[in-house]
Design a protein around this ligand. Structure first.
Ligand SMILES: [Zn+2]
Length: 457
């Protein structure tokens, strides 16, 4: 009798299907096979993606050749032609020149020495050259196609900045009273500047649609990726310009369905960024109060010990949350160096403030990787997280590699990665009705993926 029970149990076990979780655990032992699985896995959205850093260097060189630009092979950047410089068309056809320039415009083959990863990474943004605005549609198409290839269904791309508002900043006079400063900007015609921004965004988006051929074939995987834009405030600008940029960004976001939120960009450890951080956050809080519909995600805590004095690590995420009313935090790497970190994590959990996790970027820029990264601490504290790429062209990466890294370096299970994919839509800045549709589409894709990927017994 005992033998019979054992036999029945054994055959029942043998017949039970291997769960996707068990299969996932096996795949972790074979990273290329894990990559193949994660490439096909639905990933929802990429909420932290800078267009200028997402484009691969190869595309910048091709666009420079088309625009009749040149390469300065001493400074290793794309520039307007002048005597002694090399035509970008020649660079595009010469393996040695092209490879040298690709390395300069990205982190490919980078070896830290006199130049740090941080400096090389951020310096690339000044090397892409004065490429014509018309290319933005193709550049977006490149990023969207790449997203579609990886079963992503949504992108929030940081693609429009506030520089156009800077010219009006001089009208503010003495920067004492925010209401008076706002009135001065409105009298000076800030709404006209915002209108022009709206037209630029519309043109850029039309360029994307044209480049992808979505007018004639709207059902291709790339055309099914929903795309929205985030507006960037340049954090190294003087305070009056920051104020004008923040206000313009909130006005644009509140009135343009294509632009769903604002963010701050440029190195957080910069001279001006560090000096003015507190005031910058107050300005965001003020503008958000005026335009409550404008969503706010803020790069905060993209810092590490040694990069700046320890006092500078103590307050950026807290002020982004408490003063800037950020609904999402980008990076959040220095959270455990902040004053009152445990309580801050609780606040972020209770207010559902999601952290956009950029593992490759944090490694390359800050040297923060493996056990030094706070991803496990955010998860332990119950703070929502989602993986993002930051600057996939500069990093020479893509979202699937972030998933691979999260699985291998932090031991995340399939269910935990799935939760992150769901978070990327739950915490997106889409309006509620569109968000509901995007979430339903993600669940449909998961059902399809899990059915097709059903392991053989
Ligand atoms: Zn970023």
């Amino acid at each position: 009798m005992r033998l019979l029970i054992l036999t029945i149990c054994a055959s029942a076990w043998a017949a039970s299907p291997v769960s996707i979780e068990q299969r996932f655990a096996q795949l972790k032992k074979n990273p290329p096979e894990l990559y193949q699985f994660l490439l096909r896995m639905p990933k929802g959205g990429d909420l932290h993606n800078h267009l200028s850093g997402a484009v691969y260097a190869e595309s910048y060189i091709a666009a420079a050749a088309e625009d009749g630009l040149c390469a300065d092979m001493n400074a290793l950047k794309i520039v307007v032609c002048a005597p002694g410089l090399i035509d970008a068309q020649r660079v595009a056809k010469d393996n040695t020149l092209r490879n040298t320039l690709i390395d300069a415009l990205s982190m490919r083959n980078f070896v830290p020495g006199r130049e740090s990863g941080h400096d090389h990474f951020f310096a690339t943004f000044g090397k892409f050259g004065p490429i014509k605005e018309e290319h933005r549609g193709e550049f977006l198409a490149e990023v969207v196609r790449r997203a579609a290839d990886q079963n992503e269904s949504y992108l929030e791309v940081m693609a429009i900045n506030g520089r156009a508002a800077d010219a009006l900043a001089a009208q503010i006079g003495e920067m004492k009273d925010y209401d008076a400063a706002k009135d001065a900007l409105l009298r000076a015609g800030l709404d006209k500047v915002v209108e022009a921004m709206r037209a630029r965004v519309a043109e850029m988006d039309r360029g994307r649609v044209r480049a992808l051929g979505c007018d004639t074939k709207p059902d291709t995987p790339a055309c099914r990726v929903v795309v929205r834009y985030l507006y960037e405030v340049i954090r190294e600008s003087p305070l009056k310009e920051i104020f004008a940029e923040v206000l313009a960004g909130c006005m644009l976001t509140a009135t343009d369905p294509l632009v769903v939120g604002i963010n701050f960009v440029a190195p957080e450890d910069g001279l001006v960024s560090m000096r003015d951080y507190h005031e910058q956050m107050r300005m965001v809080g003020y503008a958000k109060h005026l335009y409550p519909k404008a969503h706010v995600s803020l790069h905060a805590g993209e810092l590490a010990p040694g990069l700046i004095p320890p006092e500078g690590l103590r307050f950026h995420i807290r002020e982004a949350v408490e003063l800037g009313h950020a609904e999402r935090i980008g990076h959040g790497v220095d959270i455990l160096y902040e004053t009152g970190a445990a309580q801050l994590l609780e606040t972020m959990r209770d207010r559902h403030i999601m952290v956009e996790i950029n593992l490759s970027s944090n490694d390359l820029i800050l040297g923060v990787r493996g056990k030094d990264h706070p991803l496990p601490s955010y998860r332990k504290a119950g703070v929502p997280v989602a993986l993002a790429t930051d600057d996939e062209g500069v990093s020479r990466g893509h979202l699937t590699l972030e998933y691979v890294r999260a699985a291998l370096d932090y031991g995340l299970t399939y269910a935990e990665l799935k939760k992150m994919a769901r978070n990327s839509l739950e915490y997106s800045f889409l309006p509620e009705d569109e968000k509901a549709r995007a979430k339903a589409e993600l669940e449909r894709r998961f059902a399809e993926f899990e059915k097709l990927d059903k392991p053989r017994q």
